[in-house]
Design a protein around this ligand. Structure first.
Ligand code: NAD
Length: 238
């Protein structure tokens, strides 16, 4: 579970462990993982998901501590960008592509050998509704999340013969530290909520449930898909 120190990642870690799974929590922020250090059911790896070493350490921790790997949730990511002509915009694009796209690709590469050794398994990438459309001044994130979705489609085809299923979720606005300032903004949070058919932002647990479903045997014939978890936002034209 990458990005396990906060938000959707932490909610997902909690959901799996409540249901009896062991987990390897990966995050670049040591602070985010500090409260997990003494848990018998959780191993922690501090590192950048865009580095191969982090992903190799995570798979290694699953094998050493728990004996096998059955699923990988590649959730770490962030946005940013600003207007395309603003100073430093291309550097920010490179950063956003690195964490989201290289991070997801490195995560698949890191998890695949251990999943293969288990006879197969499942990978879920946390993409975004922003990968399915454009948003104002969000082009770097739009590009990165769209790339994650097509990475998932391509990788799903390659790994299907090994019974490794690879899917994405596309969350809509979800209340996490990443979006806290938007949710709490006097008007913005409510303006976004009005555009969502279900009329509200998601809770991280609702994203976690979708991720859990995609790694479960209930999704045994599902691979290469993107599951929108957005309160109907994409059905409404975004
Ligand atoms: P968050 O900021 O609460 O959590 C993200 C976590 O990822 C943090 O703990 C952070 O330290 C970690 N992280 C960031 N870069 C990393 C790196 N290079 N290596 C390892 N860990 C790293 O954010 P969140 O809202 O929970 O977002 C989780 C995922 O969901 C992201 O991929 C985000 O793009 C996606 N998403 C979020 C929303 C939303 O509205 N919150 C909507 C759509 C998609």
């Amino acid at each position: 579970m990458t990005g396990a120190g906060s938000g959707i990642g932490r909610a997902t870690l909690d959901l799996y462990t409540e249901r009896g799974w062991n987990a390897v929590a990966v995050d670049i922020s040591p602070r985010g993982l500090a409260d997990l250090a003494d848990r018998p059911d959780v191993a922690t790896v501090i590192g950048d998901v865009a580095r191969e070493r982090t992903n190799a350490e995570a798979a290694g921790a699953a094998l050493e501590r728990f004996g096998r790997l059955d699923a990988a949730v590649l959730n770490a990511g962030y946005g940013g960008g600003g207007p395309l002509e603003s100073p430093g915009a291309l550097e920010r694009l490179a950063e956003v592509l690195t964490v989201n796209v290289i991070g997801a690709a490195a995560g698949i590469r890191g998890a695949a050998p251990a999943l293969r050794a288990s006879g197969g398994g499942a990978i879920v990438v946390t993409a975004s509704v922003s990968g399915l459309r454009g948003d104002p001044s969000t082009w770097a994130y739009n590009a990165a999340k769209a790339a994650q979705i097509n990475l998932v489609r391509g990788a799903a085809i390659d790994y299907a013969p090994e019974n490794i299923r690879i899917n994405a979720i596309a969350p809509g606005g979800t209340v996490t530290p990443m979006t806290r300032s938007q949710v709490d903004h006097p008007t913005f949070g409510k303006t976004i909520a009005r555009r969502i058919p279900l009329g509200r932002w998601a809770q991280p647990r609702e994203q976690a449930e979708a991720i859990f479903f995609l790694t479960s045997s209930a999704a045994s014939y599902i691979t290469g898909t993107v599951l929108s978890v957005d309160g109907g936002l994409s059905a409404n034209g975004g």
